[in-house]
Design a protein around this ligand. Structure first.
Ligand code: AGP
Length: 588
Protein backbone atom coordinates (compact mmCIF):
# COMPACT_ATOMS: atom_id res chain seq x y z
CA UNK A 1 0.00 0.00 0.00
CA UNK A 2 3.02 2.23 0.26
CA UNK A 3 2.44 3.72 -3.20
CA UNK A 4 -0.83 5.26 -2.02
CA UNK A 5 1.21 7.65 0.15
CA UNK A 6 1.57 7.59 3.92
CA UNK A 7 3.41 9.19 6.87
CA UNK A 8 3.32 6.37 9.43
CA UNK A 9 2.38 2.71 9.61
CA UNK A 10 1.69 -0.13 11.97
CA UNK A 11 0.65 -3.74 12.29
CA UNK A 12 -0.38 -6.31 14.86
CA UNK A 13 -0.02 -10.09 14.62
CA UNK A 14 -2.25 -12.45 16.59
CA UNK A 15 -0.91 -15.74 17.86
CA UNK A 16 -3.67 -17.54 19.68
CA UNK A 17 -4.95 -15.83 22.82
CA UNK A 18 -1.55 -14.33 23.66
CA UNK A 19 -1.31 -10.54 23.50
CA UNK A 20 -0.85 -9.67 19.85
CA UNK A 21 2.53 -8.37 18.64
CA UNK A 22 2.04 -4.64 18.02
CA UNK A 23 4.40 -2.42 15.99
CA UNK A 24 3.68 1.24 15.15
CA UNK A 25 6.12 3.75 13.69
CA UNK A 26 6.27 7.10 11.91
CA UNK A 27 8.26 7.38 8.66
CA UNK A 28 8.89 4.96 5.82
CA UNK A 29 8.62 1.17 6.10
CA UNK A 30 11.69 0.88 3.86
CA UNK A 31 13.76 2.60 6.60
CA UNK A 32 13.29 -0.38 8.95
CA UNK A 33 12.52 -3.16 6.48
CA UNK A 34 15.63 -5.17 7.35
CA UNK A 35 15.02 -4.78 11.10
CA UNK A 36 11.42 -5.91 10.60
CA UNK A 37 12.30 -8.92 8.49
CA UNK A 38 14.54 -10.20 11.31
CA UNK A 39 11.67 -10.03 13.77
CA UNK A 40 10.41 -13.50 14.74
CA UNK A 41 6.65 -12.95 15.13
CA UNK A 42 4.66 -16.22 15.04
CA UNK A 43 0.99 -15.94 14.10
CA UNK A 44 -1.46 -16.54 11.27
CA UNK A 45 -3.75 -13.56 11.50
CA UNK A 46 -3.10 -9.84 11.69
CA UNK A 47 -3.85 -6.31 10.62
CA UNK A 48 -1.60 -3.70 8.96
CA UNK A 49 -2.10 -0.08 7.99
CA UNK A 50 -0.35 2.78 6.24
CA UNK A 51 -1.59 6.12 7.64
CA UNK A 52 -2.05 9.44 5.89
CA UNK A 53 -2.72 11.80 8.77
CA UNK A 54 -6.11 13.49 8.82
CA UNK A 55 -7.23 13.62 12.48
CA UNK A 56 -4.23 13.91 14.87
CA UNK A 57 -0.55 14.60 14.12
CA UNK A 58 2.03 12.20 12.65
CA UNK A 59 2.99 10.27 15.81
CA UNK A 60 3.44 6.63 16.83
CA UNK A 61 0.42 6.90 19.13
CA UNK A 62 -1.75 8.06 16.24
CA UNK A 63 -0.51 5.31 13.90
CA UNK A 64 -2.83 2.33 13.47
CA UNK A 65 -3.84 -0.27 14.76
CA UNK A 66 -5.79 1.48 17.51
CA UNK A 67 -7.08 -0.41 20.54
CA UNK A 68 -9.52 -0.19 23.44
CA UNK A 69 -8.86 0.41 27.15
CA UNK A 70 -7.65 -3.18 27.83
CA UNK A 71 -5.82 -3.71 24.49
CA UNK A 72 -8.32 -6.45 23.63
CA UNK A 73 -9.83 -4.89 20.47
CA UNK A 74 -7.65 -3.77 17.55
CA UNK A 75 -8.84 -1.60 14.64
CA UNK A 76 -7.35 -0.29 11.39
CA UNK A 77 -9.37 2.29 9.44
CA UNK A 78 -9.35 4.14 6.11
CA UNK A 79 -11.71 7.13 6.13
CA UNK A 80 -12.94 9.86 8.50
CA UNK A 81 -15.32 9.54 11.49
CA UNK A 82 -17.00 12.95 11.39
CA UNK A 83 -18.82 12.69 14.77
CA UNK A 84 -15.84 11.28 16.67
CA UNK A 85 -15.67 14.22 19.09
CA UNK A 86 -19.20 13.62 20.47
CA UNK A 87 -18.57 9.85 20.62
CA UNK A 88 -15.21 10.39 22.36
CA UNK A 89 -16.81 12.79 24.86
CA UNK A 90 -19.59 10.27 25.60
CA UNK A 91 -17.18 7.33 25.97
CA UNK A 92 -14.80 9.36 28.20
CA UNK A 93 -17.75 10.16 30.50
CA UNK A 94 -18.39 6.40 30.61
CA UNK A 95 -14.77 5.96 31.80
CA UNK A 96 -13.00 5.00 28.56
CA UNK A 97 -9.34 6.08 28.43
CA UNK A 98 -8.02 7.24 25.05
CA UNK A 99 -4.36 6.89 24.01
CA UNK A 100 -4.43 8.80 20.69
CA UNK A 101 -5.80 11.97 19.08
CA UNK A 102 -7.42 10.06 16.23
CA UNK A 103 -11.05 9.67 15.18
CA UNK A 104 -10.45 5.96 14.55
CA UNK A 105 -9.84 5.03 18.20
CA UNK A 106 -13.50 5.66 19.09
CA UNK A 107 -14.39 2.55 17.04
CA UNK A 108 -12.24 0.33 19.27
CA UNK A 109 -13.88 1.73 22.42
CA UNK A 110 -17.40 1.46 20.94
CA UNK A 111 -16.76 -2.21 20.08
CA UNK A 112 -15.41 -2.72 23.62
CA UNK A 113 -18.59 -1.14 25.03
CA UNK A 114 -20.96 -3.31 22.95
CA UNK A 115 -18.95 -6.44 23.72
CA UNK A 116 -19.25 -5.66 27.43
CA UNK A 117 -22.98 -5.13 27.55
CA UNK A 118 -25.42 -7.85 26.52
CA UNK A 119 -27.72 -7.68 23.48
CA UNK A 120 -31.52 -7.22 23.87
CA UNK A 121 -31.91 -11.00 24.54
CA UNK A 122 -29.37 -10.65 27.36
CA UNK A 123 -26.81 -12.63 25.29
CA UNK A 124 -23.09 -11.74 24.98
CA UNK A 125 -22.50 -10.25 21.53
CA UNK A 126 -20.07 -11.70 19.02
CA UNK A 127 -17.34 -9.45 17.65
CA UNK A 128 -19.28 -8.84 14.41
CA UNK A 129 -22.46 -7.99 16.35
CA UNK A 130 -20.52 -5.50 18.48
CA UNK A 131 -18.99 -3.96 15.34
CA UNK A 132 -22.44 -3.65 13.77
CA UNK A 133 -23.76 -1.85 16.88
CA UNK A 134 -20.74 0.45 16.93
CA UNK A 135 -21.15 1.40 13.26
CA UNK A 136 -24.78 2.41 13.86
CA UNK A 137 -23.39 5.33 15.90
CA UNK A 138 -20.66 6.34 13.50
CA UNK A 139 -21.06 9.14 10.89
CA UNK A 140 -18.50 9.42 8.09
CA UNK A 141 -16.59 7.11 5.82
CA UNK A 142 -14.83 3.92 6.68
CA UNK A 143 -13.05 0.83 5.49
CA UNK A 144 -12.31 -0.95 8.79
CA UNK A 145 -10.88 -4.21 10.04
CA UNK A 146 -11.39 -5.31 13.64
CA UNK A 147 -9.80 -8.15 15.61
CA UNK A 148 -10.06 -9.17 19.26
CA UNK A 149 -7.89 -11.17 21.64
CA UNK A 150 -10.91 -13.32 22.57
CA UNK A 151 -11.38 -14.37 18.89
CA UNK A 152 -7.79 -14.24 17.54
CA UNK A 153 -8.72 -16.14 14.37
CA UNK A 154 -11.43 -13.75 13.27
CA UNK A 155 -11.28 -10.51 11.27
CA UNK A 156 -14.43 -8.41 10.93
CA UNK A 157 -14.42 -6.12 7.88
CA UNK A 158 -16.86 -3.31 7.07
CA UNK A 159 -17.04 -0.42 4.60
CA UNK A 160 -18.88 2.73 3.80
CA UNK A 161 -17.51 4.65 0.84
CA UNK A 162 -13.82 3.81 1.43
CA UNK A 163 -12.61 0.91 -0.76
CA UNK A 164 -12.26 -2.57 0.79
CA UNK A 165 -11.85 -5.87 -1.01
CA UNK A 166 -11.00 -9.43 -0.03
CA UNK A 167 -8.46 -11.54 -1.90
CA UNK A 168 -9.57 -15.19 -1.87
CA UNK A 169 -7.14 -18.09 -2.05
CA UNK A 170 -7.64 -21.78 -1.22
CA UNK A 171 -5.92 -21.45 2.13
CA UNK A 172 -5.93 -17.75 2.94
CA UNK A 173 -7.84 -14.48 2.80
CA UNK A 174 -6.09 -11.18 2.16
CA UNK A 175 -8.15 -8.05 2.83
CA UNK A 176 -6.94 -4.72 1.41
CA UNK A 177 -7.96 -1.21 0.40
CA UNK A 178 -6.52 -1.73 -3.10
CA UNK A 179 -6.29 -4.61 -5.63
CA UNK A 180 -2.64 -3.73 -6.21
CA UNK A 181 -1.81 -4.98 -2.70
CA UNK A 182 -3.56 -8.28 -3.37
CA UNK A 183 -2.33 -8.95 -6.93
CA UNK A 184 0.98 -10.61 -5.92
CA UNK A 185 -0.86 -13.08 -3.64
CA UNK A 186 -4.36 -13.84 -4.93
CA UNK A 187 -6.17 -14.14 -8.26
CA UNK A 188 -9.75 -13.83 -7.04
CA UNK A 189 -11.40 -10.98 -5.11
CA UNK A 190 -14.66 -9.97 -3.50
CA UNK A 191 -15.48 -6.25 -3.38
CA UNK A 192 -17.30 -5.33 -0.17
CA UNK A 193 -20.50 -3.27 -0.66
CA UNK A 194 -21.33 -0.15 1.34
CA UNK A 195 -22.80 -0.99 4.79
CA UNK A 196 -21.71 -4.63 4.34
CA UNK A 197 -19.97 -6.49 7.20
CA UNK A 198 -17.83 -9.53 6.37
CA UNK A 199 -16.52 -12.08 8.85
CA UNK A 200 -13.27 -13.78 7.88
CA UNK A 201 -11.92 -16.82 9.69
CA UNK A 202 -9.19 -19.18 8.38
CA UNK A 203 -11.74 -21.50 6.78
CA UNK A 204 -14.66 -19.24 5.99
CA UNK A 205 -15.62 -15.91 4.46
CA UNK A 206 -19.13 -14.91 5.55
CA UNK A 207 -20.79 -12.12 3.62
CA UNK A 208 -24.18 -10.47 4.08
CA UNK A 209 -24.81 -11.04 0.34
CA UNK A 210 -23.25 -14.41 -0.55
CA UNK A 211 -21.51 -14.22 -3.94
CA UNK A 212 -18.64 -15.89 -5.68
CA UNK A 213 -15.25 -14.22 -5.97
CA UNK A 214 -14.46 -12.53 -9.30
CA UNK A 215 -11.16 -12.59 -11.19
CA UNK A 216 -8.61 -9.99 -10.19
CA UNK A 217 -7.85 -8.05 -13.36
CA UNK A 218 -4.29 -7.26 -12.35
CA UNK A 219 -1.39 -9.71 -12.64
CA UNK A 220 1.51 -9.53 -10.21
CA UNK A 221 3.81 -8.59 -13.12
CA UNK A 222 1.68 -5.55 -13.85
CA UNK A 223 2.10 -4.28 -10.31
CA UNK A 224 5.84 -4.87 -10.28
CA UNK A 225 8.47 -2.32 -11.42
CA UNK A 226 10.36 -4.83 -13.56
CA UNK A 227 13.70 -3.44 -14.82
CA UNK A 228 12.69 0.18 -14.44
CA UNK A 229 14.23 2.33 -11.69
CA UNK A 230 10.84 3.76 -10.86
CA UNK A 231 7.17 2.96 -11.46
CA UNK A 232 6.76 6.48 -12.87
CA UNK A 233 9.28 5.84 -15.69
CA UNK A 234 7.70 2.41 -16.36
CA UNK A 235 4.28 4.07 -16.61
CA UNK A 236 5.52 6.90 -18.87
CA UNK A 237 7.06 4.26 -21.14
CA UNK A 238 3.63 2.54 -21.15
CA UNK A 239 1.83 5.71 -22.37
CA UNK A 240 1.63 4.57 -26.04
CA UNK A 241 0.32 1.22 -24.81
CA UNK A 242 -2.26 3.07 -22.71
CA UNK A 243 -3.66 4.53 -25.94
CA UNK A 244 -3.52 1.09 -27.61
CA UNK A 245 -5.41 -0.48 -24.71
CA UNK A 246 -7.99 2.32 -24.69
CA UNK A 247 -8.72 2.08 -28.44
CA UNK A 248 -8.48 -1.73 -28.79
CA UNK A 249 -11.69 -3.14 -30.28
CA UNK A 250 -13.46 0.22 -30.00
CA UNK A 251 -12.50 2.08 -33.22
CA UNK A 252 -14.81 1.58 -36.23
CA UNK A 253 -12.99 3.35 -39.07
CA UNK A 254 -15.39 1.88 -41.64
CA UNK A 255 -18.25 3.99 -40.23
CA UNK A 256 -16.07 6.77 -38.82
CA UNK A 257 -17.22 6.00 -35.31
CA UNK A 258 -16.45 4.28 -32.03
CA UNK A 259 -18.23 1.61 -29.99
CA UNK A 260 -18.29 1.27 -26.21
CA UNK A 261 -19.72 -1.96 -24.78
CA UNK A 262 -20.47 -0.15 -21.54
CA UNK A 263 -22.62 2.54 -23.20
CA UNK A 264 -24.76 0.35 -25.43
CA UNK A 265 -27.75 0.25 -23.06
CA UNK A 266 -27.78 4.01 -22.64
CA UNK A 267 -27.14 5.09 -26.25
CA UNK A 268 -30.58 6.71 -26.65
CA UNK A 269 -30.29 8.54 -23.33
CA UNK A 270 -26.84 9.83 -24.32
CA UNK A 271 -28.20 11.02 -27.67
CA UNK A 272 -30.86 13.09 -25.86
CA UNK A 273 -28.35 14.97 -23.71
CA UNK A 274 -27.62 18.61 -24.66
CA UNK A 275 -25.23 19.53 -21.82
CA UNK A 276 -22.36 17.70 -20.11
CA UNK A 277 -20.73 18.40 -16.75
CA UNK A 278 -17.16 17.07 -16.66
CA UNK A 279 -15.82 16.47 -13.16
CA UNK A 280 -12.49 15.24 -11.83
CA UNK A 281 -9.69 16.21 -9.45
CA UNK A 282 -6.05 17.10 -10.12
CA UNK A 283 -4.77 15.50 -13.29
CA UNK A 284 -8.15 13.94 -14.02
CA UNK A 285 -9.63 17.45 -14.08
CA UNK A 286 -7.11 18.45 -16.75
CA UNK A 287 -8.24 15.49 -18.86
CA UNK A 288 -11.80 16.79 -18.42
CA UNK A 289 -10.70 20.24 -19.63
CA UNK A 290 -9.18 18.74 -22.80
CA UNK A 291 -12.41 16.78 -23.25
CA UNK A 292 -14.43 20.01 -23.00
CA UNK A 293 -12.60 21.51 -26.01
CA UNK A 294 -13.09 18.29 -27.98
CA UNK A 295 -16.80 17.80 -27.19
CA UNK A 296 -17.73 21.43 -27.92
CA UNK A 297 -15.75 21.65 -31.19
CA UNK A 298 -16.44 18.20 -32.63
CA UNK A 299 -19.64 16.94 -30.96
CA UNK A 300 -21.36 20.32 -30.58
CA UNK A 301 -22.35 19.66 -26.94
CA UNK A 302 -22.41 22.41 -24.30
CA UNK A 303 -19.83 21.45 -21.64
CA UNK A 304 -18.71 22.66 -18.26
CA UNK A 305 -15.79 21.36 -16.21
CA UNK A 306 -15.10 21.72 -12.53
CA UNK A 307 -12.93 20.21 -9.81
CA UNK A 308 -14.76 17.78 -7.54
CA UNK A 309 -13.86 19.57 -4.30
CA UNK A 310 -15.61 22.75 -5.53
CA UNK A 311 -18.45 21.25 -7.53
CA UNK A 312 -19.66 19.24 -4.52
CA UNK A 313 -20.56 22.50 -2.74
CA UNK A 314 -22.05 24.27 -5.77
CA UNK A 315 -25.79 24.38 -6.50
CA UNK A 316 -25.70 23.24 -10.15
CA UNK A 317 -28.71 23.94 -12.39
CA UNK A 318 -29.47 20.64 -14.10
CA UNK A 319 -32.35 19.04 -16.00
CA UNK A 320 -33.10 15.70 -17.67
CA UNK A 321 -30.99 16.68 -20.69
CA UNK A 322 -27.92 17.17 -18.48
CA UNK A 323 -25.34 14.39 -18.25
CA UNK A 324 -22.24 14.21 -16.07
CA UNK A 325 -18.89 12.60 -16.85
CA UNK A 326 -16.76 11.61 -13.85
CA UNK A 327 -13.07 11.07 -14.58
CA UNK A 328 -10.92 9.20 -12.07
CA UNK A 329 -7.90 6.90 -12.28
CA UNK A 330 -8.49 5.24 -8.92
CA UNK A 331 -12.28 5.51 -8.93
CA UNK A 332 -11.98 6.15 -5.18
CA UNK A 333 -11.45 9.93 -5.00
CA UNK A 334 -13.81 11.15 -2.29
CA UNK A 335 -14.49 14.59 -3.81
CA UNK A 336 -15.39 13.15 -7.22
CA UNK A 337 -17.57 10.43 -5.66
CA UNK A 338 -19.44 13.05 -3.63
CA UNK A 339 -20.32 14.90 -6.87
CA UNK A 340 -21.45 11.62 -8.45
CA UNK A 341 -23.79 10.84 -5.55
CA UNK A 342 -25.14 14.41 -5.50
CA UNK A 343 -25.93 14.49 -9.24
CA UNK A 344 -27.38 10.95 -9.22
CA UNK A 345 -29.81 12.17 -6.59
CA UNK A 346 -30.82 14.90 -9.02
CA UNK A 347 -31.47 12.27 -11.70
CA UNK A 348 -28.49 13.32 -13.83
CA UNK A 349 -27.17 10.56 -16.15
CA UNK A 350 -23.74 9.65 -14.81
CA UNK A 351 -20.97 8.37 -17.07
CA UNK A 352 -17.79 7.08 -15.42
CA UNK A 353 -14.36 7.22 -17.08
CA UNK A 354 -12.38 5.02 -14.72
CA UNK A 355 -9.11 3.09 -14.74
CA UNK A 356 -9.31 0.99 -11.57
CA UNK A 357 -11.53 -2.01 -12.28
CA UNK A 358 -14.24 -2.75 -9.76
CA UNK A 359 -13.64 0.59 -8.01
CA UNK A 360 -16.43 2.51 -6.30
CA UNK A 361 -16.88 4.99 -9.19
CA UNK A 362 -17.15 2.18 -11.74
CA UNK A 363 -19.79 0.49 -9.59
CA UNK A 364 -21.82 3.61 -8.73
CA UNK A 365 -21.97 5.33 -12.15
CA UNK A 366 -25.02 4.35 -14.23
CA UNK A 367 -22.82 3.71 -17.26
CA UNK A 368 -19.15 4.00 -18.03
CA UNK A 369 -15.91 3.36 -19.87
CA UNK A 370 -12.78 1.73 -18.52
CA UNK A 371 -9.60 3.45 -19.78
CA UNK A 372 -7.67 0.13 -19.48
CA UNK A 373 -4.34 1.77 -18.65
CA UNK A 374 -3.46 -1.08 -16.24
CA UNK A 375 -2.55 -0.52 -12.59
CA UNK A 376 -0.89 2.88 -12.03
CA UNK A 377 1.39 2.72 -9.00
CA UNK A 378 3.39 5.95 -9.01
CA UNK A 379 1.55 8.76 -7.19
CA UNK A 380 2.06 11.09 -10.14
CA UNK A 381 -0.51 10.08 -12.75
CA UNK A 382 0.94 9.68 -16.27
CA UNK A 383 -0.33 6.79 -18.44
CA UNK A 384 -3.77 7.03 -16.82
CA UNK A 385 -3.96 10.68 -17.94
CA UNK A 386 -3.10 9.65 -21.48
CA UNK A 387 -5.74 6.91 -21.30
CA UNK A 388 -8.31 9.47 -20.07
CA UNK A 389 -7.57 11.93 -22.90
CA UNK A 390 -7.69 9.14 -25.52
CA UNK A 391 -11.03 8.04 -24.06
CA UNK A 392 -12.38 11.62 -24.21
CA UNK A 393 -11.37 11.74 -27.89
CA UNK A 394 -13.24 8.49 -28.57
CA UNK A 395 -16.28 9.65 -26.57
CA UNK A 396 -16.28 12.84 -28.65
CA UNK A 397 -16.51 10.77 -31.83
CA UNK A 398 -19.16 8.47 -30.29
CA UNK A 399 -21.41 11.40 -29.21
CA UNK A 400 -20.50 13.49 -32.28
CA UNK A 401 -21.58 10.75 -34.67
CA UNK A 402 -24.87 10.53 -32.76
CA UNK A 403 -25.24 14.22 -33.70
CA UNK A 404 -23.87 16.41 -36.54
CA UNK A 405 -20.35 14.95 -36.93
CA UNK A 406 -19.79 13.69 -40.47
CA UNK A 407 -18.47 10.26 -41.50
CA UNK A 408 -15.38 12.02 -42.94
CA UNK A 409 -14.55 13.87 -39.73
CA UNK A 410 -15.21 10.77 -37.65
CA UNK A 411 -12.96 8.65 -39.88
CA UNK A 412 -10.19 11.26 -39.79
CA UNK A 413 -10.16 11.36 -35.98
CA UNK A 414 -10.42 7.57 -35.62
CA UNK A 415 -7.63 6.82 -38.09
CA UNK A 416 -5.37 9.48 -36.56
CA UNK A 417 -6.07 8.12 -33.05
CA UNK A 418 -4.91 4.74 -34.32
CA UNK A 419 -1.54 6.31 -35.26
CA UNK A 420 -0.96 7.99 -31.88
CA UNK A 421 0.75 5.00 -30.14
CA UNK A 422 3.46 4.86 -32.82
CA UNK A 423 3.90 8.66 -32.67
CA UNK A 424 4.20 8.41 -28.88
CA UNK A 425 6.95 5.81 -29.19
CA UNK A 426 8.91 8.17 -31.46
CA UNK A 427 8.93 10.75 -28.63
CA UNK A 428 9.96 8.20 -25.99
CA UNK A 429 12.83 7.09 -28.23
CA UNK A 430 14.29 10.58 -27.81
CA UNK A 431 14.00 10.69 -23.99
CA UNK A 432 17.78 11.06 -23.55
CA UNK A 433 17.47 14.51 -25.18
CA UNK A 434 14.99 15.53 -22.49
CA UNK A 435 17.27 14.10 -19.80
CA UNK A 436 20.09 16.31 -21.17
CA UNK A 437 17.78 19.33 -21.25
CA UNK A 438 17.02 18.82 -17.57
CA UNK A 439 20.73 18.96 -16.78
CA UNK A 440 20.70 22.47 -18.31
CA UNK A 441 17.63 23.62 -16.37
CA UNK A 442 17.95 21.80 -13.03
CA UNK A 443 19.35 24.92 -11.34
CA UNK A 444 16.16 26.92 -11.75
CA UNK A 445 13.52 27.03 -8.99
CA UNK A 446 10.52 28.47 -10.86
CA UNK A 447 8.92 27.41 -14.15
CA UNK A 448 6.05 28.74 -16.28
CA UNK A 449 4.06 26.40 -18.49
CA UNK A 450 2.00 28.10 -21.21
CA UNK A 451 -0.37 26.64 -23.80
CA UNK A 452 -3.53 27.58 -25.64
CA UNK A 453 -6.83 25.87 -26.54
CA UNK A 454 -6.31 22.05 -26.36
CA UNK A 455 -2.92 22.59 -24.76
CA UNK A 456 -3.94 25.11 -22.11
CA UNK A 457 -4.90 22.15 -19.82
CA UNK A 458 -1.60 20.47 -20.79
CA UNK A 459 0.27 23.50 -19.43
CA UNK A 460 -1.55 22.92 -16.13
CA UNK A 461 -0.74 19.19 -16.29
CA UNK A 462 2.97 19.81 -16.99
CA UNK A 463 3.20 22.26 -14.08
CA UNK A 464 1.41 19.87 -11.72
CA UNK A 465 3.75 16.99 -12.59
CA UNK A 466 6.84 19.11 -11.94
CA UNK A 467 5.43 20.37 -8.62
CA UNK A 468 4.29 16.95 -7.45
CA UNK A 469 7.56 15.10 -7.79
CA UNK A 470 10.39 17.69 -7.93
CA UNK A 471 8.91 20.07 -5.34
CA UNK A 472 9.89 23.03 -7.62
CA UNK A 473 7.50 25.98 -8.04
CA UNK A 474 5.67 25.73 -11.36
CA UNK A 475 2.58 27.42 -12.75
CA UNK A 476 0.53 26.61 -15.81
CA UNK A 477 -1.33 29.48 -17.48
CA UNK A 478 -3.18 29.88 -20.78
CA UNK A 479 -0.70 31.72 -23.06
CA UNK A 480 -3.06 34.65 -23.53
CA UNK A 481 -3.29 35.21 -19.78
CA UNK A 482 0.41 36.06 -19.32
CA UNK A 483 -0.03 39.75 -20.12
CA UNK A 484 -2.86 40.02 -17.57
CA UNK A 485 -0.41 39.75 -14.66
CA UNK A 486 1.86 36.70 -14.67
CA UNK A 487 4.24 38.40 -17.10
CA UNK A 488 5.46 40.48 -14.08
CA UNK A 489 7.31 37.39 -12.83
CA UNK A 490 9.09 36.64 -16.09
CA UNK A 491 12.84 37.16 -15.97
CA UNK A 492 16.07 35.28 -16.74
CA UNK A 493 15.66 33.06 -13.64
CA UNK A 494 12.11 31.92 -14.46
CA UNK A 495 12.17 29.63 -17.55
CA UNK A 496 8.98 29.08 -19.56
CA UNK A 497 7.89 25.85 -21.25
CA UNK A 498 5.69 26.83 -24.21
CA UNK A 499 3.46 24.09 -25.67
CA UNK A 500 3.08 25.33 -29.26
CA UNK A 501 2.32 22.62 -31.82
CA UNK A 502 1.52 23.86 -35.35
CA UNK A 503 -2.23 24.28 -34.77
CA UNK A 504 -4.93 26.94 -35.11
CA UNK A 505 -3.48 29.02 -32.25
CA UNK A 506 0.22 28.62 -33.12
CA UNK A 507 0.70 32.25 -34.17
CA UNK A 508 -0.89 33.39 -30.90
CA UNK A 509 1.56 31.23 -28.95
CA UNK A 510 4.47 32.72 -30.95
CA UNK A 511 3.45 36.22 -29.81
CA UNK A 512 3.30 34.98 -26.21
CA UNK A 513 6.79 33.55 -26.61
CA UNK A 514 7.97 36.94 -27.90
CA UNK A 515 6.42 38.58 -24.81
CA UNK A 516 8.55 36.28 -22.58
CA UNK A 517 11.71 36.67 -24.61
CA UNK A 518 11.30 40.46 -24.56
CA UNK A 519 11.56 40.29 -20.75
CA UNK A 520 14.72 38.19 -20.82
CA UNK A 521 12.92 34.90 -20.10
CA UNK A 522 14.30 31.52 -21.30
CA UNK A 523 11.88 29.44 -23.37
CA UNK A 524 11.71 25.71 -24.06
CA UNK A 525 9.21 25.01 -26.85
CA UNK A 526 7.22 21.81 -27.39
CA UNK A 527 6.80 22.15 -31.17
CA UNK A 528 5.74 20.08 -34.19
CA UNK A 529 8.38 18.11 -36.08
CA UNK A 530 9.46 20.09 -39.18
CA UNK A 531 8.92 23.53 -37.66
CA UNK A 532 12.43 24.94 -38.09
CA UNK A 533 11.45 28.60 -37.57
CA UNK A 534 10.73 28.08 -33.88
CA UNK A 535 14.45 27.45 -33.31
CA UNK A 536 15.12 31.12 -34.08
CA UNK A 537 12.96 32.47 -31.29
CA UNK A 538 13.35 30.00 -28.39
CA UNK A 539 16.29 28.61 -26.38
CA UNK A 540 15.48 24.91 -26.70
CA UNK A 541 12.97 22.82 -28.65
CA UNK A 542 11.46 19.42 -27.96
CA UNK A 543 9.79 18.15 -31.12
CA UNK A 544 6.63 16.05 -31.24
CA UNK A 545 5.26 14.38 -34.41
CA UNK A 546 2.47 16.08 -36.37
CA UNK A 547 -1.11 15.00 -35.62
CA UNK A 548 -4.63 16.44 -35.51
CA UNK A 549 -4.94 19.57 -33.33
CA UNK A 550 -7.42 17.89 -30.97
CA UNK A 551 -5.01 14.98 -30.42
CA UNK A 552 -1.84 17.02 -29.80
CA UNK A 553 -2.39 16.83 -25.98
CA UNK A 554 -1.75 13.06 -26.23
CA UNK A 555 1.74 13.75 -27.59
CA UNK A 556 2.62 17.05 -25.85
CA UNK A 557 2.05 15.52 -22.39
CA UNK A 558 4.71 12.83 -22.88
CA UNK A 559 7.83 15.11 -22.94
CA UNK A 560 6.36 17.09 -20.03
CA UNK A 561 5.99 13.90 -17.97
CA UNK A 562 9.60 12.96 -18.86
CA UNK A 563 10.87 16.47 -18.03
CA UNK A 564 9.29 16.29 -14.57
CA UNK A 565 10.60 12.74 -14.04
CA UNK A 566 14.21 13.53 -14.98
CA UNK A 567 14.11 16.79 -12.95
CA UNK A 568 12.97 14.86 -9.85
CA UNK A 569 15.74 12.33 -10.43
CA UNK A 570 18.31 15.11 -10.88
CA UNK A 571 17.16 16.61 -7.55
CA UNK A 572 17.26 13.23 -5.76
CA UNK A 573 13.52 13.12 -4.97
CA UNK A 574 11.52 10.01 -3.99
CA UNK A 575 9.84 9.94 -7.41
CA UNK A 576 7.21 7.26 -6.86
CA UNK A 577 6.21 8.38 -3.39
CA UNK A 578 6.48 12.15 -3.26
CA UNK A 579 6.06 13.76 0.16
CA UNK A 580 2.66 14.83 1.45
CA UNK A 581 0.75 13.15 -1.44
CA UNK A 582 -1.43 10.05 -1.75
CA UNK A 583 -2.17 8.11 -4.92
CA UNK A 584 -5.85 7.96 -4.18
CA UNK A 585 -7.40 10.68 -2.02
CA UNK A 586 -10.18 8.71 -0.34
CA UNK A 587 -10.92 11.34 2.27
CA UNK A 588 -12.29 14.87 1.83
C1 AGP B 1 -1.92 13.35 -10.23
O1 AGP B 1 -0.62 13.06 -10.54
C2 AGP B 1 -2.22 13.27 -8.83
N1 AGP B 1 -1.92 12.02 -8.29
C3 AGP B 1 -3.62 13.72 -8.48
O2 AGP B 1 -3.79 15.04 -8.93
C4 AGP B 1 -4.74 12.86 -9.07
O3 AGP B 1 -4.86 13.10 -10.42
C5 AGP B 1 -6.05 13.23 -8.37
O4 AGP B 1 -5.92 12.96 -7.01
C6 AGP B 1 -7.24 12.47 -8.96
O5 AGP B 1 -7.06 11.11 -8.74
P1 AGP B 1 -8.03 10.08 -9.49
O6 AGP B 1 -7.79 10.21 -10.96
O7 AGP B 1 -7.64 8.74 -8.94
O8 AGP B 1 -9.43 10.47 -9.11
Amino acid sequence: MEYRGYDSYGFCVFNGDKSPFLHKKTGKISDVESELSNLDVPGCAGLAHTRWATTGGVTEENAHPHFDCRKEIFVVHNGIIENYRELKEQLSQEGHKFSSETDTEVIAHLVEKFLENKNEDGQKRSLEEAVAEALKLVKGTYGILVMSKSEPQKIVAARLSSPLLIGVNDDEYIIASDPVAIAPYAKKIVNLDDYEIAVITPDKLSLARERSAEDLEYTSQEVERGDYDHFMLKEIMEEPEAVENAIRGRLMPEVGSVKFGGLENSAEKLRSLDRLLLIGCGTAHYAAMVGEYMLEEYAGIKCETDVGSEFRYRKPIVDDKTGAIFISQSGETADTLACLRELKQKGVTSIGITNAIGSTQSRETSTGIYTRSGPEIAVASTKAFIGQVATMAMLTVYLGRQREMSLVTGSRIVSELDRVPELGRQILAKREEIKKLVEKYKGYRDFWYIGRKYNAPIALEGALKLKEISYLHAEGVPGGELKHGSLALVDKDFPTIAICPSDSVYEKMVSNIHEVKARGGLVIAIATQGNEDIKNIVDDVIYIPKTLEMLTPLLAAIPLHLFAYYMAIALGRDVDRPRNLAKSVTVE
